[in-house]
Design a protein around this ligand. Structure first.
Ligand code: UDP
Length: 238
């Protein structure tokens, strides 16, 4: 077995990553596969924190566009991320891995309240920590939550799991010959407005020196390969 390059990682999964072939909700088989991949990392003594989005259920911007008050809509979006985190907690436990959901919004009957200290304590005890409810504030995204939490827990790497192989100059589904970046800088992402994470998230990672690896989560084994040091996907650094 190779020695892992990283000690503590933060994995950002979009809500869409749980969709599989469905139009909404959670694909149970896909959830189990993702949980097993995370479990494989903990078996290598990796400390794994996860931020899950809510786009498979609700996105605030979409609800607001349909006429809902934006703050209420974002509250629904944040609650959607809690549901996804609970589903992942259950799937991880079924794989035999201890996991805890830590929410930025207080709901003590359902899960723990997020504190950075509490999160680090769980991680050091080998529990997967699932950060739910984003930052706890409307008008933010779970990408921003991922970079914020990565900075708070001092993650060595933020892995952004997507549906494509990494970062392209344009959407590869629209422009099949779009340039693929295997490595690039935060400045390049910001300057060229590359659609990988929102600006707040990129700036936080830049300011706190957190490298970001963008990869295709539909490629089985991708997480283990990154941890083993393989340069798959795209890497954003200074
Ligand atoms: N959200 C929010 N504040 C946050 C994080 C998320 O209000 O700090 C809400 C927002 O409405 C967002 C939804 O939660 O649309 C789901 O998050 P996101 O869109 O980032 O999910 P993803 O696209 O990753 O599935």
């Amino acid at each position: 077995m190779t020695t892992p390059q990283y000690r503590r990682i933060l994995l950002k999964l979009s809500g869409e990553a749980l969709l599989g072939g469905q139009s909404h909700g959670i694909d149970p088989q896909l959830l189990t596969r993702l949980a097993q991949e995370i479990a494989d990392l903990t078996a290598q003594r990796m400390q794994v924190a996860v931020v899950i989005g809510g786009g498979n259920l609700f996105r605030g911007a979409g609800l607001a566009a349909a006429g809902m008050n934006r703050v209420t809509a974002d509250h629904m979006g944040m609650l959607a991320t809690v549901m996804n985190a609970l589903a992942m907690q259950d799937a991880l436990e079924q794989c035999g891995v201890a996991a805890r959901v830590l929410s930025a919004l207080r709901m003590e009957q359902v899960c723990e309240e997020y504190t950075a200290r509490g999160a680090v304590r769980h991680l050091e005890r080998g529990r997967v920590t699932l950060f739910a409810a984003g930052t706890g504030n409307p008008f933010f995204t779970t990408d921003s939550a991922a970079s914020l939490r990565a900075a708070e827990i001092r993650a060595d790497l933020l892995i952004k799991a997507t549906k494509v192989d990494g970062i392209y100059a344009a959407d590869p589904k629209v422009q099949p010959d779009a340039h693929f970046y295997s490595q690039l800088t935060y400045a390049q992402v910001l300057r060229d407005n590359l659609q990988v994470m929102d600006t707040t998230a990129v700036v936080l990672c830049r300011d706190h020196h957190i490298p970001v690896r963008v990869l295709n989560i539909y490629q089985p084994g991708a997480l283990a390969r990154v941890i083993a040091g393989e340069a798959i996907g795209s890497l954003i650094t200074a």
